[in-house]
Unconditional design. Structure first.
Length: 130
């Protein structure tokens, strides 16, 4: 299913057909890792690593391609939370351990859900699968 997102439609509170918006609203259950007023982190339903969760803004933003300077704060918080939550989930600390952050954008970038989301993966070299 292909959905065209314009910048005007891509940054508002929620999209009625967005699965991640439904998770934020509690209409679809998730295994939460973290939640605050702006962010939600939850386990990926098809993990590629021993530790694999997603961090999303609660406000609907279709993809990285729609980000503007208005989103710097929330996206910066996501990047800071990625490391904190990876360690809490069991990732070994840097430099011996670490984690990987992946953001897929658009069809060619492998994005399947059109709500910006950051994958956080950790464990023994999980990205060899990617």
């Amino acid at each position: 299913m292909s959905t065209h997102h314009t910048p005007e439609r891509s940054a508002h509170l929620s999209e009625p057909h967005c699965i991640f918006c439904k998770i934020v609203q509690g209409q679809i259950p998730s295994k939460k890792v973290y939640e605050d007023d702006e962010l939600l982190a939850f386990h990926d339903i098809n993990p590629w690593a021993p530790i694999h969760f997603l961090i999303i803004p609660k406000t609907h933003i279709a993809s990285m391609a729609q980000l503007t300077p208005v989103h710097e704060g929330v996206m910066g918080r996501i990047m800071v939370k990625a490391g904190e939550l990876a360690l809490k989930a069991g990732a070994l600390p840097y430099p011996e351990g670490g984690f990987r952050v992946v953001v897929n954008t658009g069809r060619h970038g492998g994005q399947e859900v059109h709500h910006v989301h950051v994958h956080v993966l950790a464990g023994e070299r999980p990205w060899q699968k990617i």
